[in-house]
Design a protein around this ligand. Structure first.
Ligand SMILES: N[C@@H](CCC(=O)N[C@@H](CS)C(=O)NCC(=O)O)C(=O)O
Length: 242
């Protein structure tokens, strides 16, 4: 696939950027080799969906490692052995390799219940999953058509334009639903959760695509508040985005 989503996605990280990676250092042949460190390790592209996991790792506050990749590296056999979809995120925890954002986020929340990122009872967890699913299955998926319109149109510029416009309108319709939910709330479920980290990334993509959010004041207020959050700022900085 020749498309990628994310507001900071770049094809290559400079050596200086690679040197800035947590504890993982410069990308080497061992990048995808067996990993026996004590900390969890997150594979990502800057500004792409793994930013949600990165924010959650910051909220949890335990040591972790990251490995920035290029898109090309995610198509190499060694990485495909970790994540057969050739996408990020991938989380490695000892001998456990996990893919898919929603699964990774819930794994982190369940491993760290003290961070209270899931919702406190059955309905609270269901409510959190409602918004997490909207991010992962509705907004993210539709953004795939916005960022990937060239790919999905087979290179037909007119079709690509229709795809991008229609998908942009669909994303906007999801944000309009979120807008109503945010009224009177600082967090999408009323308390900080996994869904907030994902929603922050989705709004950042809208901003990167210069979507008109002027009629969604609650969404803009929410984004501004999250931008000031220490965990969000730390994750953005670590990815070279702040
Ligand atoms: N369903 C997957 C989707 C992952 C995904 O689409 N990741 C994008 C970045 S946001 C990617 O790595 N795309 C690969 C590419 O563009 O080649 C998840 O939720 O983790």
């Amino acid at each position: 696939m020749r498309h990628s989503c994310g507001f900071g996605a770049r094809l290559m990280a400079s050596p200086a950027e690679q040197m800035n990676e947590g504890c993982s250092g410069v990308i080497t042949d061992e990048t995808f080799g067996p990993y026996y460190g004590n900390n969890m390790k997150l594979y990502y592209f800057p500004g792409a969906c793994p930013l949600a996991t990165h924010i959650v790792l910051e909220w949890i506050g335990k040591p972790y490692e990251t490995q920035r990749l290029t898109r090309e590296q995610t198509k190499e056999p060694a990485y495909l052995a970790l994540n057969p979809t050739g996408a990020v995120p991938t989380l490695v925890d000892g001998d456990f390799v996990l893919t898919q954002s929603a699964a990774i986020l819930e794994y982190l929340a369940e491993m760290n219940p003290e961070a209270k990122l899931m919702g406190s009872d059955i309905r609270g967890r269901a409510e959190m999953r409602r918004w997490l699913s909207m991010c992962n299955s509705d907004i993210h998926r539709t953004f795939g058509l916005v960022f990937g319109s060239d790919y999905f149109s087979g290179g037909d510029a007119a079709v690509a334009k229709v795809l991008e416009d229609q998908a942009t309108a669909k994303v906007k319709s999801f944000f309009t639903i979120v807008e109503k939910q945010l009224k009177g709330r600082d967090w999408v479920t009323g308390q900080r959760s996994l869904a907030d980290a994902y929603l922050f990334v989705m709004i950042s993509w809208a901003e990167a695509k210069k979507m008109d959010l002027s009629d969604l004041p609650e969404l803009r207020r929410y984004q501004k508040k999250l931008r000031q959050d220490k965990g969000v700022q730390a994750a953005l900085k670590a990815q070279g985005l702040a």
